[in-house]
Design a protein around this ligand. Structure first.
Ligand SMILES: Cc1cc2nc3c(=O)[nH]c(=O)nc-3n(C[C@H](O)[C@H](O)[C@H](O)COP(=O)(O)O)c2cc1C
Ligand code: SF4
Length: 661
């Protein structure tokens, strides 16, 4: 038993296997298949988490049937050709003592026509909550076809060396659609009474067991969503899980949050509390006698996971995004080095945000995610010729470059002009509920200090000072400066917003840095569609300012849609009385108000306000890089000083550069 987190790091028997501890890397669509087959990207991704100590990995779902295909990176359905490809993954992960499970799914009415090119099948032909399509009510023969498809999917998993399968009965997927009276309106033997609604899942599991024998784990993934009236109540869910448990059909159950009706809680961002799914797991613990219960959803840290197990809320815990962010979470925590775990910031930017756009997933804080096969995992090889590197600028690009270079054995000096590290990222961390960003900056500070990086705050460097410093190479990461001209994409003919000289104009950066004192009524001109503008608007509204947001986009939080944070944010802004004007631009600033232009009909109206806050595009600070370009120094520019972007680009460039130095 581990000394650190003794409850989490204790073994757990699970059917014919014993988990070495209770921290699981749960199911999620990594969307990495090529030609429907798991390749090098997939192998590297899972192997890294096995090396990093995960006790069990639930590999992303295989769609069991042609009508179940959902993403571009989905695996081939109904094709034995995948077996040897999966075998490479199970063998590589088994080497590290990881129990390997495969999820199997069919989302029924919520299919994706653009990827499946098939009508979605469902119990009663209800519409999709994924797109605008309707679905096809399955015939008796079609139900039999899908039961067999699930069973054949399990057989393939068995032959590929998986220790078991997890049936996706969560978030209102097909199995769940049969369980839920709202979506199962059938009056034949598949609908109506409780036993009839259980028939589909019971027959799938029975058929799987007959095909694969006794030495094979069968788990089910369920969810609970108390905010949705038509979803199964917790009581009904407990009854269903108990029914399967009493019949010995399931070895474990895992309970997620949110659903197709409410994607925002499915991968909860920092807008939601920690340990969101733990109370539901606890309720299921009271309902089962044999099956293991897994808690999931925003458990985030080994501390939280240990708390959940210690309190008897669950037998095991899935942490998905936390282990995307740090694949070695389990090993570090077990070794008593929890402070070395790189924290996930619950942003959804590159994990769900890329899956949402149907790309393979990665991670904002860990750009090696999905690139393990190219980069040698989330690990560092010692540089053949260690050098002395000077990094100028301590924002995310500079911090990551300095950290990665020091990990490779280079001697690194990191110089930052401000009194703190973090740059504009620190300002983001000061917006409401975004403190996890400050935790990440603190993690960087700890890592940089541990690695012996020469850290110099309050150290602005001119080009001559950089030259005389005498480093072997210079990495310029000087970031961007706030755009102060009020340029709006909707009015490209205006380089500058008319009337800015009348005053009472500031930027989101100045507001968050407490360098500006906005008046009572504030107009936020949001060109970001993201947290930069909207988090600042929220910050101001929380402090009692009367805030109006103007955007040319059709939606407030246009670029937050991919992160499933836009709706909860708009709900909060509305609750704070924020006025939101979409498809609108600012035609002129008057010093005490603005003329707004409706982009749909060109109509103008004047509103009164005290301060205009610009969330317009920042401008790359190229001064140092440009001046050094003429010197004999080896100079590399990374991050926002190349082009202003989100933090993800800064961290990726910081890491990628050092791999080649
Ligand atoms: C990119 C991504 C894809 C996901 N896909 C699936 C999936 O295919 N099946 C599933 O059961 N859960 C899926 N999930 C949900 C996770 O299993 C988990 O419930 C969710 O991420 C919350 O847990 P966490 O806070 O530990 O990340 C996905 C999550 C993410 C981030
Ligand atoms: S992209 Fe954001 S939410 Fe997703 S794993 Fe990385 S840090 Fe966490």
């Amino acid at each position: 038993m581990s000394q650190a987190f003794p409850h989490l790091f204790s073994p757990l028997p699970l059917r014919h296997r014993t988990l070495k501890h209770r921290l699981v890397f749960g199911a999620h669509t990594a969307n990495m298949a090529e030609g429907g087959l798991p390749g090098e990207r997939h192998l590297g991704y899972y192997r890294e988490r096995a090396i990093g100590g995960a006790a069990m990995i639930v590999v992303e779902p295989v769609p069991v049937h042609r009508t179940a295909v959902l993403t571009r990176g989905n695996f081939r359905h109904q094709d034995d050709a995948i077996i040897p490809h999966f075998r490479r993954i199970t063998e590589a992960c088994h080497e590290h003592g990881t129990v390997m499970i495969q999820q199997l799914y069919h989302v029924g009415q919520h299919g994706d026509y653009d990827n499946a090119f098939e009508a979605a099948w469902s119990p009663s032909g209800l519409p999709s909550y994924h797109d605008a399509d309707g679905s096809h009510a399955m015939s008796e023969a079609e139900i039999a076809e899908i039961i067999e498809a699930f069973a054949q999917g399990a057989r393939r998993a068995h032959e590929a060396g998986f220790d078991g399968v997890e049936l996706f009965a969560a978030y209102h997927a097909l199995i769940d659609q049969f369980w839920t009276p709202w979506s199962n309106r059938r009056d034949d033997r598949w609908g109506g009474s409780f036993a009839n609604r259980m028939r589909f899942s019971t027959e799938i599991i029975g058929r799987i067991r007959r095909l694969v024998g006794e030495d094979f784990i069968i788990g089910i993934a369920v969810n609970h969503d108390p905010d949705i009236a038509v979803s199964l109540s917790l009581e009904a869910l407990c009854e269903i899980v108990a029914y399967h448990d009493q019949r010995g059909l399931i070895d474990y159950v895992t309970c997620g949050t949110g659903s197709y009706f409410d994607f925002y809680k499915l991968m909860p961002t920092f807008l939601y509390p920690d340990k969101l799914g733990a109370p539901f797991a606890e309720a299921l613990k009271g309902a089962v006698r044999h099956a293991r219960v897994q808690a999931e959803s925003h458990i985030r840290t080994p501390e939280n996971a240990d708390y959940v197990i210690a309190g008897g809320q669950a037998d095991m815990v899935s942490i998905v995004r936390g282990q995307i962010a740090d694949p070695h979470m389990a090993a570090k925590a077990m070794a008593g080095r929890a402070e070395a775990v790189r924290p996930c910031i619950s942003c959804n930017q590159m994990c769900w945000g890329r899956r949402y756009r149907d790309y393979w997933i990665s991670c904002l804080v860990n750009p090696s995610a999905g690139r393990e096969f190219e980069w040698g995992g989330d690990r560092f090889a010692r540089a053949e010729k260690p050098r002395h590197l000077l990094v100028v600028g301590g924002g995310p690009a500079g911090m990551e470059a300095a950290r990665a270079a020091a990990e490779c054995g280079h001697a690194v000096t990191l110089a930052e002009a401000a009194p703190d590290f973090g740059g504009a990222f620190r300002l983001a961390g000061m917006q409401p509920r975004r403190g996890q960003i400050l935790d990440l900056i603190a993690w960087y500070e700890g890592a940089l200090a541990r690695l012996g990086v020469d850290l110099r705050l309050n150290t602005p460097l001119e080009a001559e000072e950089v030259v005389t410093f005498g480093a072997d190479a210079v990495i310029v990461a000087t970031g961007a400066v706030a755009g102060e001209a009020g340029f709006q994409r909707a009015l490209p003919e205006c380089d500058a917003l008319p009337g800015l000289a009348r005053g009472h104009v500031t930027t989101v950066e100045a507001v968050m840095a407490r360098a500006a004192r906005p008046g009572e009524r504030v107009l936020v001109l949001d060109e970001s569609g993201h947290w930069r503008g909207l988090g600042t608007a929220w910050h101001l509204a929380e402090r009692g300012h009367a805030v109006t947001i103007v955007t040319a986009a059709a939606l407030i939080g246009q670029h937050l849609v991919r992160t499933a944070a836009d709706f909860p944010l708009r709900r909060r802004l509305k609750a704070l009385g924020v006025t939101m004007r979409t498809e609108t631009a600012v035609a002129e600033w008057h010093g005490d108000g603005a003329t707004l232009i409706d982009l749909l009909d060109g109509g103008e109206r004047r509103i009164a306000c005290d301060t205009l806050v610009l969330a317009t595009a920042p401008i790359a600070d190229t001064t140092l890089a440009d001046t050094l370009a003429g010197s004999s120094l080896e100079v590399h520019a990374i991050g926002d000083c190349v082009a202003p972007r989100l933090a993800v680009a800064a961290i990726l460039e910081g890491r990628r550069l050092t791999l080649g130095l």
